[in-house]
Design a protein around this ligand. Structure first.
Ligand SMILES: [Zn+2]
Length: 393
């Protein structure tokens, strides 16, 4: 089939006017980009065509918390709320919420998701429901150095359950153990996770001013949170660093692919430090959740000046109104119309996310041989009209 539209984004750029996309309608494989005479006879769609989206940060296991936690509280009260509500639902309610959220992800044009897991709860989604490629980041939390080995072993056991879970045909599913956040993982545990194989790493990075205060002088709401969880705090050495990333980043290996999520408080200088240290670095912005929790956005112009490779995530339904990558892009476009034009936003939403999840050989761009899925967007980028070509044929 031959498809055309006033604007076609190939995952990197808008193609010249008059281009058409040739796709094998049996397999969904991209065959060619055609121009001139070769584009004649293409089926015309008003609006925009682009590859299906990659959601580079989502917590499907928290889907049952939709709408429960108040806005604008700041990170620490938010995390307390997550912990407080965790036991208040039946397994059946939680399973239903997870399946509905996965279906919503797919309806919103998502081909692949980076799913953050503390439990094996989302393993069943690999075989059931919406056709998503999934990289599961099994999250490890452990403040006290003495518990590093036990916490790591528990996460490896969860990871093994994901690795053994049944997988529907045609889907990509991988997993790796990752640290939760700079303030919730000891140096010993951070180093243990970093030395665990070659899989992708992901961490919630510089999400809140409270995190910076904890690293800079050992005070503030993060201290209160950890104390409230009953964690012993005597091991924490304030570093007088103006940011957390240069502290914990030195504990992680340079060569592994690393996703830094949120980056709400990251400065240009810190971003430059990290980009110089980690050759395979990705910055995952979740603006909807930042606005929901902290009421502020990352400094996108500063990140871009530093040369950051950006992609997009939704975080969870506990901290967002939906699971739409297009809605995340719209948040950034409203706040940074000059630095985040739609040509860049659609790149972050597709090919950049695919590289971050090491799925760019299959999805994320209209290159011959790939099966990225084809979306039809409204002319104003406000909605996904339809999946023209599925990514899982
Ligand atoms: Zn998160």
């Amino acid at each position: 089939m031959l498809l055309t539209a006033p604007r076609i984004h190939d995952g990197h750029h808008f193609l010249p006017p008059g281009s058409a996309l040739e796709v094998d309608d049996r397999t969904g494989t991209v065959l060619a980009i055609r121009t001139g005479e070769g584009a004649r006879g293409a089926r015309h769609y008003p609006g925009v065509l682009c590859p299906a989206f990659i959601n580079a940060h989502c917590h499907l296991e928290l889907s049952h918390l939709a709408g429960l936690l108040p806005r604008g509280t700041g990170l620490v009260p938010f995390l307390r709320g997550v912990v407080a509500h965790r036991a208040a639902f039946t397994e059946a309610q939680k399973r239903e919420a997870r399946r509905a959220a996965a279906a919503a992800l797919h309806r919103a044009g998502t081909a692949a998701v980076a799913d953050i897991a503390n439990t094996p709860d989302t393993a069943e989604l690999r075989a059931a429901g919406a056709p998503l490629h999934i990289h599961t980041f099994v999250e490890c939390i452990g403040f006290h150095p003495a518990e590093a080995n036990a916490r790591f072993a528990a996460a490896k056991a969860v990871e093994a359950q994901f690795a053994a879970a049944p997988l529907a045909p045609g889907r990509i599913a991988r997993q790796s153990v990752v640290p939760h956040a700079p303030y919730s993982v000891s140096e010993a545990l951070m180093r243990r996770i970093g030395s665990d194989g070659e899989g992708i790493l992901s961490i919630h990075n510089e999400e809140s001013p409270a995190e910076t205060a904890w690293f800079a002088n050992g005070t503030g709401p993060v201290r209160d949170l950890l104390a409230g969880l009953g964690l012993p705090l005597e091991g924490h050495q304030p570093t007088s660093a103006p940011a957390s990333l240069p502290v914990y980043g030195a504990w992680l290996p340079k060569h592994r692919r690393l996703l830094l999520v949120h980056d709400t408080c990251t400065t240009e200088a810190t971003a430059r430090w990290a980009i110089a240290r980690f050759p395979k670095l990705h910055w995952v912005l979740c603006p909807g959740a930042n606005l929901y929790i902290e009421g502020r956005l990352p400094d996108v112009p500063a990140l871009l000046r530093a040369g950051a490779d950006l992609c997009l995530g939704t975080d969870s339904l506990a901290s967002n109104d939906g699971l739409s990558i297009l809605a995340e892009a719209a948040h950034l476009h409203r706040a940074f119309p000059n630095d985040a034009p739609w040509e860049a936003l659609l790149r972050w939403a597709t090919s950049s996310g695919a590289r971050a999840l090491e799925m760019d050989d299959v999805i994320g761009s209209f290159a011959p041989g790939k099966r990225p899925g084809v979306l039809h967007l409204t002319p104003d980028f406000s909605a996904v009209q339809e999946w023209i070509v599925p990514h899982d044929l």
